[in-house]
Design a protein around this ligand. Structure first.
Ligand SMILES: Cc1ncc(COP(=O)(O)O)c(C=O)c1O
Length: 455
């Protein structure tokens, strides 16, 4: 006998549709469009096989984005190297795919350095950044010939010590901090405007153990204006040329860090990110044109290094989630509780994530707030979206979740779900779901607190 579907009764309600909300830029039409397939895989089937919630990665999208980014720069400035920023998403499978594509690794801790080493990335293809590099990690980077971008005077002197002990002159990059955008990032490196970076170069050179061969600047994240990069490269060129002349050195690389935007939409933005995010070509033009024009001023032919994170990995990852209950708030608005919270989507605090229903409901839309299952008021994935009327069991897909979600996800109240990779018609776990035992494995209860199990 065929299984009968039991429909849940929802009280009918009248929704006022404003004719303006049907316009080109209104969320209504976009939010209610069903999204039910990724690379030929049905979302519904994947959820049935692996359970909900679930992170899903498209290997094709990841490889495509990397190649498009690389080609945009290499076609303009062939001496370019891409070092993928591990912190953005250091899932081993993601890093391994990008390593296969030829990406170097940009790491900011011994932990990230371990991941790169475990994947077989040679030491001289690892770029070591970050404001805190403990001594053992610095020594390892020196021994392996990694590029070390020095962040502070303390680090510079610590590195001098490592170089002295290793009895070898260590080549370094200087991290440069400059005023480019608003609000300005001012935590990293030596200041450009007040001449601190020149001072750092002098101090490094004077040690006799450190040789400045590069300049690095990471100006911020989600920089949706290519002009910022044009100003950045112009300043680094001016600085590099003057350091070469003053200290008789050669600037062998200029590292522009990351920050290139992805199609996500910031909360404060009116227009959807997909319409405002510059293309890779626009970024590449902004960077390469000024660099090419100034090449003859340099002693050699500096390599351009880029450390993209979000612009490469954001789009390839999806978070699947399922409605567990619906209710009306005291004000009458609809609240939808799903099984994935902000602990799995911490970027919900910054972005109006693109969330789509898996099923179609024609033109019928209803305003709803999408909340996660955590016992916290702030556990909101999206405020007031216009989605088809949702019921328990309906599935939703959150798009562009590859950057700063998995690596910043938090085990809280619930164990974290698995991550599935899609490639060439095959789906497989690249991280299995966490269990209670996984989470509690490192804990220990002192013997005196143990109560005997009742028989
Ligand atoms: C030094 C450095 N490089 C690259 C990145 C990657 O930035 P994004 O993901 O914005 O491209 C970061 C991120 O904070 C960073 O600190």
């Amino acid at each position: 006998m065929a299984k009968k579907t039991k429909y849940i009764y929802e009280k009918p309600m009248v929704t006022l549709h404003s004719p303006f909300s049907l316009g080109k830029h209104a969320g209504m039409v976009l939010d209610s469009m069903p999204f039910n397939e990724i690379d030929g895989f049905s979302v519904e089937n994947l959820l049935e096989e692996y359970g909900s919630p679930l992170y899903v990665i498209s290997e094709k999208i990841l490889r495509d984005r990397f190649r498009e980014f690389r080609d945009a720069f290499i076609s303009r400035y062939p001496n370019t190297m891409i070092a993928y920023s591990y912190k953005t998403n250091y899932l081993s499978a993601v890093c391994a795919i990008l390593a296969q594509e030829g990406a170097w690794a940009e790491v900011v801790s011994g932990f990230e350095y371990d991941i790169a080493e475990d994947l077989g990335i040679p030491g001289d293809r690892i770029i070591f950044n970050g404001p805190y590099k403990p001594l053992p990690d610095l020594s390892r980077a020196v021994n392996n010939g990694s590029i070390i971008n020095v962040d502070s005077f303390n680090e510079l002197y610590q590195l001098e010590e490592v170089a002295r002990r290793s009895n070898k002159v260590v080549e370094i990059g200087l991290r440069v901090n400059m005023q480019l955008n608003c609000p300005t990032w001012d935590k990293f490196g030596f200041n450009y405007e007040c001449g601190q970076v020149v001072d750092a170069c002098r101090k490094a050179t004077d040690t006799g153990w450190l040789k400045v061969t590069g300049l690095h600047c990471h100006a911020g994240t989600y920089l949706a204006d290519p002009n910022i990069y044009a100003n950045l490269i112009n300043n680094l060129v001016t600085l590099g040329v003057s350091l070469e002349n003053e200290f008789d050195i050669e600037i062998e690389f200029i590292d522009l860090g990351g920050g290139y935007a992805s199609p996500n939409t910031l909360h404060k933005h009116l227009m959807p990110g997909i319409t405002t995010c510059p293309s890779y070509e626009q970024y590449a033009d902004a960077v390469c044109n000024p660099l090419i024009k100034s090449l003859d001023k340099f002693v050699g032919n500096p390599r351009l290094i880029l450390e993209p994170g979000r612009s490469i990995v954001d789009e390839c990852m999806f978070l699947f989630t399922t409605v567990v209950s619906t209710k009306r708030s005291a004000t009458g608005s609809k609240v939808v509780i799903v099984d994935a919270g902000v602990n799995l989507l911490p970027t919900a605090f910054y972005f109006k994530h693109d969330i789509s229903p898996v099923h179609s409901a024609g033109v019928s839309v209803e305003e709803a707030t999408i909340c996660g299952p955590l016992c916290m008021q702030i556990d909101v994935l999206r405020q007031s979206m216009r989605l088809p009327p949702l019921q328990k069991g309906n599935m939703l897909v959150v798009k562009n979740t590859g950057a700063y979600n998995f690596s910043q996800s938090m085990q809280f109240i619930f164990p974290r779900p698995g991550i599935v990779l899609l490639n060439n018609g095959k789906s497989e776990y690249v991280k299995r779901p966490e269990t209670t035992q996984d989470v509690r494995r490192l804990e220990r209860v002192p013997r005196r607190l143990l109560t005997k199990k009742r028989k």
